[in-house]
Design a binder for this molecule. Structure first.
Ligand code: KIV
Ligand code: ZN
Length: 522
């Protein structure tokens, strides 16, 4: 029998605890709207007692996102009256509000952090739940540092707060210390006792990633009876972060026979949510991060590309479209084999190449790939065209492709606080084009100048820059995403000059648009 697992997203509370990731009210609201589209069950919107700003943001989320009965809005309180009041006064506008409170149960927390006895702490917890229940019917109690707590004390706390009215018990592995088998066993024992005590109370887990086990521990808990999981987008959160929502949800989807459970999450919104959180919080997603990393669905080795083209399940366990990406991405690099290059050429319409022609083109491809790292479709057109103009200029079948693509000749960017400006010189076929523009910053000025030349209505959605080597010769790698006619295009470029890398990435994106929308049909 497959059962529903409740998904509680704490990106806006635990995730926002990441240094430098603080969002303003409007940004928090935008993330919360996106989490609603993702169809999480519960949004933890913040810690209202921490600041007036956080209180107001939680209140706005409760009013604007919590205005329907398909989503629960909660916020965190310590087990003290004033915190519980702040939570209540900010979330009460939601259709389905939930008070969440936390109090430690491990000896370290009870004795060292609070300097109290176990029974004193237990009484504080019970009184806090009783007080919260006078305000709202739904109360979640988190036994902080549960995984390092004495089991019998942990259980007596849970038993007492459930008798006081708690409707959800959350078992955190606060410091990421647990190990999957051990954590699964803990959840099994707690669930057994809890369901005998009151089978309406949900058992939840909240795992941190200090030993890289957050997702594994969360999944072990699901296997052992947990009803609800607490996660963040991209796994962000305190220290090494929390269990990543996308990893937990996609593991359950992909290995449903093992977990016998499902969530309500609309997986097609995973990438949109990941990108929004990453860009608003300024937290890059590690390129090889499971599910949401840049390379999670990109296949670059020749052997893998060959295998995938023969049968996708050779190297693909999740279709990228399931998480909201376009489709399988075969990145053409110097390591791509003949099969992948031939496949890319055929997709562009070059179906009748002889072996000799293909080999000539493949050699030119490898030369370009060595120099440019990633080869785009517009590069393939130019390679094919160059090949035929050298070897078979009588080929009537070939349109003059290169006259449609843009090439950077030179650029000058002036960065100052008053008047950031840029001038660019480009080439389209044999035509030289020039433009200058001002902008809100140097990149804005540069991209405005290029857009003016290309005369396309392009919106820059994402701009990322990283260094890919060290020292004075460090290369800047720019990755951008643009939107044109509702479609998104991602492009990259690398150069020691970061302005040049920025311009080249933008021109790569423009040429991809040209390939899809503006080339004459063959
Ligand atoms: O890690 C933790 O214990 C927490 C609690 C507030 C659930 O974040
Ligand atoms: Zn936490």
């Amino acid at each position: 029998m497959t059962r529903k697992i409740w998904v509680f997203d704490t990106t806006l509370r635990d995730g926002e605890q990441v240094p430098g990731a603080k969002l303003n009210l409007y940004e928090k609201l935008e993330v919360a709207q996106q989490l609603k589209k993702l169809q999480v069950d519960i949004i933890e919107a913040g810690f209202p007692a921490s600041s007036t700003g956080d209180f107001n943001a939680v209140k706005e989320i409760a009013k604007k996102v919590g205005n329907t009965d398909d989503i629960i809005i909660t916020a965190l309180a310590r087990a003290v009256k004033s915190d519980i009041d702040s939570v209540f006064n900010s979330i009460k506008y939601a259709e389905k509000p939930l008070i969440h409170m936390v109090l430690g149960t491990s000896d370290i927390h009870v004795e060292k952090k609070f300097g109290k006895s176990k029974s004193q702490i237990l009484d504080i917890g019970v009184e806090a739940v009783k007080y919260a229940k006078t305000l709202l019917p739904d109360v979640q109690y988190s036994t902080e540092d549960a995984s390092r707590s004495d089991f019998e004390y942990l259980w007596s706390t849970i038993e007492a707060v459930v008798k006081a009215g708690a409707t959800i018990i959350n078992v955190p592995d606060t410091v990421g210390y647990a190990e999957p088998e051990e954590f699964g066993h803990l959840i099994y024992k707690l669930n057994d006792r809890l369901k005998n005590l009151n089978d309406k109370v949900l058992l939840s887990v909240h795992c941190h990633n200090d030993l890289g086990m957050a997702t594994a521990n969360t999944l072990a808990a699901i296997k052992n009876g947990a009803d609800k999981v607490e996660c963040t987008i991209n796994g962000i959160g305190e220290r090494a972060g929390n269990a990543a929502l996308e990893e937990v949800v996609m593991s359950m989807n992909t290995r449903s026979a093992i977990y016998q459970a499902y969530t309500n999450v609309n997986t097609k919104e995973i990438m949109n949510t990941s990108r929004l959180v990453s860009s608003l919080m300024g937290l890059d997603v590690q390129v090889n991060k499971a599910i949401t990393g840049d390379n999670a669905f990109a296949h670059s080795s020749g052997i893998h590309q060959d295998g995938l083209l023969k049968s996708r399940d050779a190297y693909e366990i999740i279709s990228p479209t399931e998480v909201g990406l376009e489709d399988m991405e075969l990145v053409l690099t110097a390591r791509s084999g003949r099969h992948a290059v031939r496949n890319a050429l055929e997709k562009l319409g070059f179906n009748h190449l002889t072996e000799t022609q293909f080999e000539g083109i493949f050699t030119a491809f490898l030369e370009l790939a060595d120099a440019k790292k990633e080869v785009y479709n517009h590069d393939l057109y130019v390679i094919v065209e160059n090949y035929f103009s050298k070897h078979d200029s009588t080929n009537q079948d070939l349109t003059n492709y290169s006259e449609h693509f843009y090439e950077l000749i030179d650029l000058q960017v002036i960065s100052n606080p008053i008047f950031p400006s840029a001038s660019v010189k480009m080439k389209k076929g044999n035509i030289i084009l020039k433009s200058s523009s001002v902008g809100s910053g140097p990149i804005d000025a540069l991209y405005s100048a290029i857009s003016e030349i290309c005369d396309l209505d392009i919106k820059l959605i994402e701009y990322n820059i990283n260094s890919v080597s060290r020292g004075k010769e460090a290369l800047g790698k720019v990755k951008i995403q643009v939107e044109y006619k509702g479609e998104k295009y991602t492009a990259k470029a690398t150069d020691t000059d970061i302005m040049k890398a920025s311009a080249l990435a933008y021109i790569n994106a423009i040429n991809s648009i040209v390939v899809e929308h503006l080339l004459p049909v063959k």
